[in-house]
Write a protein that binds this ligand. Structure first.
Ligand code: ADP
Ligand code: MG
Length: 260
């Protein structure tokens, strides 16, 4: 009886109900003769937040980059929202229109205002009118608390503000999935919280998210599932408390121990 209960509690809450938005089967990624990802099976369900943790060089960034087609997989299959990833120009454009990505370095266009940063792709990729793009842009800037900075240039914003603009810019494409690659690693410590808070609200609102992070508090609070990558494979996977507090693999234990 109690065993039954604890098994049920161990299931990711959202992950079991939503349909798979990202489905990875036996993903292999090689750079030359080096195998960086060695047979990854991972599903991310609609509305699920999966955080990827693990040592430097484990392949976390590479995995995210494979999901949005920035890197081409050497083997296996990836489906996004039921559609198999195709590396034709058309296929990649379709894919990237449905996946938002936020990087460690904010990558805003420095010569454009904040508003232009969040509207340019809406106009050029989605074909929205200027008025439409602007309205959506303002709405998203308000969501990240920066509507008052619409006319500012990125260089005049703090790192935390720039990263929040980068999140708004990605959201402007109405993505089905958001990928975050260490979004707070380049920030001064006092600016980390405001970015994590925006991400936490996004997660609460039901966005499907894959988040590479070293912020274990975020993983614990916002993630439905934590995946620990090591040596190109999944060493641990499960609800945050299970992975972070009771790792069973040697690699998982070693990684988590050095965090404390
Ligand atoms: P993580 O994000 O977990 O720190 P990465 O995915 O960045 O790890 O890198 C995994 C491994 O792949 C590392 O050994 C890295 O040197 C290698 N790697 C990543 N990108 C390339 C590339 N473009 N060419 C060659 N090796 C790469
Ligand atoms: Mg990385």
């Amino acid at each position: 009886m109690s065993e039954q209960t604890s098994q049920q509690a161990a299931q990711p809450l959202d992950g079991q109900t939503g349909r798979p938005m990202v489905q990875m089967r036996d993903i292999v990624k090689k750079f030359g003769t080096t195998t960086v990802l060695d047979g990854i099976d991972l599903d991310v369900h609609e509305g699920e937040v999966v955080t990827l943790i693990g040592p430097s060089g484990a392949g976390k960034s590479t995995l995210l980059r494979c999901v949005n087609g920035l890197e081409r997989i050497s083997g296996g299959t990836i489906e996004v929202d039921g559609e198999q990833l195709s590396y034709t120009e058309k296929g990649l454009n379709r894919l990237r229109a449905r996946i938002g990505m936020v990087f460690q370095s904010f990558n805003l266009f420095p010569h454009m205002t904040v508003m232009d940063n969040v509207t340019v792709a809406q106009r050029e990729v989605l074909g929205r009118s200027s008025a439409e793009a602007r309205e959506r842009g303002l709405e998203l800037l308000a969501r990240v608390g920066l509507d008052h900075k619409a006319d500012a240039y990125p260089g005049n914003l703090s790192g935390g503000q720039q990263q929040r603009v980068a999140i708004a810019r990605a959201l402007a494409m109405d993505p089905a999935v958001m990928l975050f690659d260490e979004p707070t690693s380049a920030l001064d410590p006092e600016l980390v919280g405001e970015v994590l808070e925006v991400m936490r609200v996004l997660a609460d609102e039901g966005m499907t998210m894959m988040v590479v992070t070293h912020e274990m508090r975020f993983a614990r609070k916002a993630a439905d599932r934590v995946v620990l990558l090591a040596d190109g494979g999944i060493a641990e996977e499960g609800p945050p408390a299970q992975v972070l507090d009771e790792p069973t693999s040697e690699r998982g234990q070693a990684f988590l121990q050095q965090l404390n």
